[in-house]
Design a binder for this molecule. Structure first.
Ligand SMILES: [Zn+2]
Length: 273
């Protein structure tokens, strides 16, 4: 079963509140599943980068684990096209786009592909100091291309619109790999202290240290911090010893270290306000 089918079945199995928040470039659904009820409300998104599709299975583990204070919206597969390109290769791409994408990728091995179906890296496509990141490129490809303008892609448009609608109190983005937690994006002093304290809750829960991503910009976390002044975290799951794309062999380790993280973060946030 491929990761899109896994996510579709996960979505179909949910009898409580859920939504399709948009479509990918190639027309696949982007799913959101609500866990818990009431306040605080978090948005937790997974698999914005294609090759990091193992995190969709962490989303399912978080749902099974439950235990959040208030509620969280889980978005298991924000970039379904990129995930399937990494998992299945060019056969997952519509026929008319294959030649172009093989050229952008520089070959037929898409296993390390991070971008969406247009070669835009979704996690540098948000309007938060867009285009100023150290690794940003202005050429479509497997990673780091910022897009023609902020929110140029259907997947980032869908995620931004959903976030504007829900107005979460916090967000978490799960990526691979490296076992560290990013939390900073030019917050003022009071917010910086609040976010560092909550980041330390995540650090204790996962065993991952807090880290500083110098000169990065345009990410979902960055946008949430600058647009809403809320705490937003990027958690890089999976030890560096695993190779991209992380597979089933890394899953149990990832779940063990991360399964309590949303319960712990939501409880800490609830106690803080
Ligand atoms: Zn990533």
């Amino acid at each position: 079963m491929d990761i899109y089918e896994f996510s579709r079945r996960f979505y179909e199995s949910i009898k409580t509140e859920k939504a399709v928040i948009g479509k990918s470039l190639f027309g696949r659904d982007v799913y959101a599943i609500k866990l818990g009820a009431g306040s605080p409300v978090g948005i937790v998104q997974y698999t914005m980068h294609g090759r990091e599709y193992i995190t969709a299975k962490l989303a399912a583990a978080h749902y099974r684990r439950g235990g959040v204070v208030g509620s969280v919206w889980l978005l298991p597969l924000v970039n379904p096209d990129g995930a399937l390109m990494s998992e299945l290769g060019i056969s997952s791409v519509p026929q008319a786009k294959r030649t172009e994408l093989i050229a952008l990728n520089g070959g037929e091995d898409f296993s390390l592909w991070k971008a969406n179906g247009r070669g835009v890296d979704l996690n540098v496509n948000f309007p938060a100091r867009w285009g100023t990141g150290a690794k940003n490129t202005r050429r479509a490809g497997a990673e780091n291309y910022i897009g023609a303008r902020p929110l140029s892609e259907p997947e980032t448009i869908a995620l931004a619109a959903f976030t504007e609608k829900i107005r979460p109190q916090y967000t978490v983005s799960y990526h691979t790999k490296g076992e560290e937690i990013y939390w900073y994006f030019y917050q003022n002093a009071a917010q910086r202290e609040r976010d560092r304290v909550l980041g330390e809750v995540l650090a204790r829960s996962t065993g991952y240290p807090l880290a500083y991503a110098g000169n990065s910009a345009g990410g979902y976390k960055d946008w949430c911090i600058s647009r809403f002044s809320i705490p937003s975290f990027t958690v890089e799951v999976g030890a560096d010893r695993y190779a991209h794309p992380l597979g089933e062999g890394a899953l149990q380790d990832i779940i063990t270290k991360n399964e309590n993280s949303l319960a712990d973060l939501s409880r800490a946030y609830g106690n803080m306000v």
